[in-house]
Write a protein that binds this ligand. Structure first.
Ligand code: PLP
Length: 369
């Protein structure tokens, strides 16, 4: 048990980060504004393409909150949310006093089931509650069924908030995740594919949305020399110090995607033909950054046996996200379920997937699987 701990997903610095952080100190831009924030936004815009307008924020959760506000969500409204996700996808709905309506997953991508989404919207409309937004998630980096979800969004005129917190570097039919929604959200939390230690971004195709996001994220100050406010504001802007980390991380993003995909391929190859272990394959046109490599076992007992065996060897692994409709805090809300996310939660396990895993680490993990 004295072997070094292998984590699920650790921060992995590229080496260029400190240069930008030093610059922030030397120029005394130790504030939630400054050249690194704008530089990081430009780096992301360059990466995501000419249509992307990026506002750097203090977290992905804050970005979801500001997306919901700009989608017009108010107290008493309903918002559809993928049930199989991390709680941060759903929490901002509650911040606004709105009601989450949870929709289950399909088995091809583990993300929102388009058929069930359509049924859910029709049922909400029959109850005279038109949902104000749809939060769809690219879980573990695997893109959701974008074409189908976009078709439904357009049919019912309900905007999509794309939660791409886990999917920077993934693509859908050649299009980058983080550019697929009416609003798109990224996270740079410590466990994500690149990190600023903590941070996020809200992306849209409209420059006005970026400006409005920055306005709301900096306390909604009206254009006046004195402090004047006509709207409620938030303190969600990214700081110039951590944006420096982000600039360094953008220099190595492609390497990080490559390394995470190589982890997946290693596990898949080594475990090929092992009974009771399945992987999530990429459907035609889907490219996952493989943020986390996940396996599906045959039963809860098998999953737990593997998890505990790894833990004993100081190797961290973790069950898949517990669906939101099963969470004590959310179970009272409406839900449209088909059993998929419950099965995934029962039998699924995330394996160590950091881009800094060594070959030795990987061999040690495989030996204990
Ligand atoms: C990490 C994550 C978030 C939240 O991002 P933070 O930057 O940690 O606030 C939202 N949604 C999903 C799916 C995530 O994995």
């Amino acid at each position: 048990m004295n072997e070094k701990k292998i984590w699920l997903s650790s921060p992995h610095m590229g080496g260029g980060e400190l240069k930008y952080v030093h610059e922030a100190f030397e120029t005394n831009w130790v504030a939630p504004l400054g050249p690194n924030v704008e530089g990081f936004e430009l780096d992301l815009e360059k990466y995501l393409g000419p249509e992307a307008h990026v506002a750097a924020l203090s977290s992905g959760t804050g970005a979801l909150h500001l997306a919901l506000i700009q989608a017009g969500v108010k107290a008493g409204d309903e918002v559809i949310c993928q049930s199989m996700t991390f709680s941060a996808s759903a929490n901002p709905i509650a911040y606004l006093g709105a009601t989450p309506v949870f929709v289950d997953s399909e088995t091809e991508t583990w993300n929102m089931d388009p058929d069930l989404l359509e049924k859910a919207i029709e049922d909400r409309l029959a109850r005279e509650h038109k949902p104000k937004a749809i939060i769809a998630v690219h879980l573990y980096g695997m893109p959701y069924q974008h074409d189908e979800i976009k078709r439904i969004s357009e049919k019912f005129e309900i905007p999509v908030i794309e939660d791409a917190a886990e999917a920077l570097g993934s693509t859908y039919k050649g299009k980058k995740c983080g550019t697929l929604g009416d609003f798109s959200v990224l996270s740079f939390n410590g466990n994500k594919i690149i990190t600023t230690s903590g941070g996020g971004a809200l992306i849209s195709k409209r420059k006005e949305t970026k400006e409005k996001t920055i306005f709301l994220a900096t306390q909604a100050r009206d254009a006046a020399a004195h402090y004047q406010h006509s709207e409620i504001g938030y303190n969600y802007r990214m700081s110039n110090v951590v944006a420096g980390i982000g600039r360094g991380q953008m220099e190595v993003l492609d390497n990080r995607v490559e390394a995470r995909r190589a982890n997946f391929e290693f596990y898949q190859k080594q475990l090929a033909g092992k009974e009771g272990i399945r992987f999530l394959n990429e459907p035609e046109g889907f490219m996952s950054n493989r943020w986390l490599t996940c396996i599906l076992t045959d039963s809860f007992e098998q999953r737990e046996e593997i998890r505990l065996r790894l833990a004993k060897q100081n190797i961290e692994s973790r069950p898949l996200w517990k669906p939101m409709h099963l969470q004590p805090v959310f179970e009272k809300y409406p839900k449209y379920v088909n059993g998929t996310s419950e099965q995934l939660f029962d039998k699924g396990l995330c394996l160590p997937s950091g881009s800094d895993l060594t070959e030795q680490d990987l061999i040690r993990i495989i030996e204990n699987l």
